[in-house]
Ligand binder design. Sequence first.
Ligand SMILES: *Cc1c(COP(=O)(O)O)cnc(C)c1O
Length: 404
Amino acid sequence: MFNVEKIRKDFPILNRKVNGKPLIYFDNAATSQKPQVVIDSIVDYYSNYNANIHRGVHTLSQEATNAFEEARVKIQKHFNAAKSHEIILTSGTTHGINLVATGFSSFLKKGDEIIVSALEHHSNIVPWQMLCERTGATLKVIPISLKGELILEEFEELLSSKTKLVFVNHVSNTLGTINPIKKIIDKVHKVGAAILIDGAQATPHIKPDMQKLDCDFYVCSAHKLCGPTGIGMLYGKEKWLNKLPPYQGGGEMIREVTFEKTTYADLPYKFEAGTPNISGGIAFGVALDYLNNIGFDNIANYEKELLEYATKKLLEIEGLKIYGTSKNKASVISFNIDGIHPYDIGAIIDKLGIAVRTGHHCTQPIMDFYKIPGTIRASFSFYNTKKEIDLFIEAVIRVKNMLL
Ligand SMILES: *Cc1c(COP(=O)(O)O)cnc(C)c1O
């Protein structure tokens, strides 16, 4: 059974006070907090078996290599990838997207088209714009409705034999919209293009199945799903990873180096130049174990309860508007109150120990679409409670009465 009070005991940071008040952490869409088991796994690695991997014959190196490669298999199983070498350990979502975008430089030419959605994080926009600059390809944009949903009819209009690559997020970090990615993937494959899914915001809430989805690439960051910063996953279908050139050159990614010619290592090492974030990879695996022990169905159900509860309470506040009203939403709420700058609300409720994000959330095109400078974003995790939401609502009402 899902017991939030028991779960909260796993997160040491939830005991701390901020400005004399118990911390209420509603900035989970920026990064999640870490359970003790994840923290312990990092301390354990550095205390007991720190060594470089894939290089030494000595015991520590073998222990570290085994732990890192076991983590890769855990990640593979979690995402149901067909093969463990389809899992590339990156430094995070941004790294994974840049790896693919750079690799596609050699495949695209003038006249080709790539398609992005209007819902994307800057991480899933800028690398593709850079790709267009390098290759002369054209960037097209899937528009969104006022609810914050992709307009799929218009997407179909954009698709053609010129389309080479499409990249959309699974869940919007600003509006919370859960995109119908299976439908999108199938449409993209019909025109023979490839698709990359940015799963940074989905993976804390949903367990996506790579083989069922049949996407070509899927990226995420461990730090948003209870793991550490500086580690993430790029899933790529084997045929694509074999086609893509290496992203960085260096140690670990080679088979043989001479000054005449260097040959590259097999997957996944071809894309893992240099000493990786070893403790991070191991802790990523531990974070997935932790979440799977709680169960993604339990997490989704509980977070939905929090989302519905908070939405209802917020909408009772006069002059408050929520951006992103899709029926299919993750536990992210972006809102504004008439006549108040989002920053003011964020700064004042911080004095009450409440952490929310204010601003454009790395999605300026969404702000332009709604013609607003930014929003206040409250994003909930499975370790948050309705009691915390009550305190947050009280605080927002207090600020409103103070400023208006
Ligand atoms: C957080 C986030 C990113 C960027 O992730 P990094 O860990 O900063 O690389 C990209 N896309 C979405 C949807 C995100 O939420």
